[in-house]
Design a protein around this ligand. Structure first.
Ligand code: ZN
Length: 262
């Protein structure tokens, strides 16, 4: 019943009770993320898709905050440190990044490659935070943890003047379009996320309504609902997001959503 952000916060506080951790339970969109950026030293990519990475890339350049890219699928991973105005940005180098179409949905992912990716990101972050930015490796690291292959490529010369994010005419396309899809198939979780723009939910009100159709359970973050008849499950968040569990079929998820929520 706990959102990931809250579960992560609690776990991290167990590890280090001196740290102050602010968790945000929300859909990460350009609009939601931008207000959180004041007083931020570095951004770390813990995401699972390129839509959100392009938003991070735009935010990084616009607010002059470095970010550390990290991606993995199967046994294969990549990491890269991006410093605005020093390095080419993700948009500049994107066509040189292999395996974009690979996702953990289509290929699964093994735990060691996640650990490898996060440890390499962490080294970049440590160097940045202690002011050793000149010691940060600016190349992209690409590795296959199963095969034991490890490669590095310099991307220095790939900065493009015409880049819409970091070039001479910056438009930050991913901040403008707010193109986060309203419906997303979540990576490897047999779950569809549905988000209606500019909508939020009163969970107590919804709980009263949904009790007629099935079993509900609520805490201060979300309402979980299992329909009697079909056994289908939904998690409903205050900020307007709904996760429909047990399907990868968008139409089926939408039908269930409208039946129950409208
Ligand atoms: Zn660029």
């Amino acid at each position: 019943m706990l959102p990931k952000a809250i579960a992560a916060k609690r776990r991290l506080e167990e590890i280090n009770s001196d740290a102050t951790i602010e968790a945000h339970v929300m859909d990460a969109t350009a609009r939601n993320l931008e207000p959180l950026l004041s007083d931020v030293d570095i951004l770390i990519d813990g995401t699972d898709n390129f839509d959100i990475r392009f938003i991070m890339n735009d935010l990084s350049v616009k607010h002059n905050i470095p970010w550390v890219f990290g991606a993995c699928a199967g046994s294969y991973g990549m990491t890269k440190f991006f410093e605005p105005n020093e390095d080419p940005c993700l948009m500049c180098v994107m066509k040189f990044i292999p395996g974009e179409a690979m996702t953990c949905d289509s290929h699964g992912v093994i735990a060691p490659v996640i650990q490898q990716t996060s440890l390499m990101q962490t080294v970049h972050v440590l160097k940045w935070l202690i002011g050793k930015s000149d010691e940060i490796d600016r190349s992209i690291s690409i590795y296959d943890i199963w095969e034991g292959n490890y490669q590095k490529f310099s991307m220095k010369k790939m900065k493009k003047e015409s880049c819409k994010t970091c070039g001479s005419e910056r438009a930050f396309p991913y901040l403008k379009s707010l193109q986060q899809t309203d419906i997303a198939v979540l990576c490897g979780r047999d779950t569809i996320q549905i988000r209606m723009k500019d909508r939020s939910f009163d969970l107590s009100h919804l709980e009263m309504k949904l009790t007629a159709y099935g079993k509900t359970k609520k805490n201060s973050f979300l309402l979980s609902f299992t329909e009697h008849q079909s056994g289908k499950r939904m998690a409903i968040f205050k900020d307007g997001r709904v996760l429909v569990h047990g399907t990868n079929d968008v139409e089926e998820a939408k039908a269930f959503y409208y039946e129950m929520m409208e």
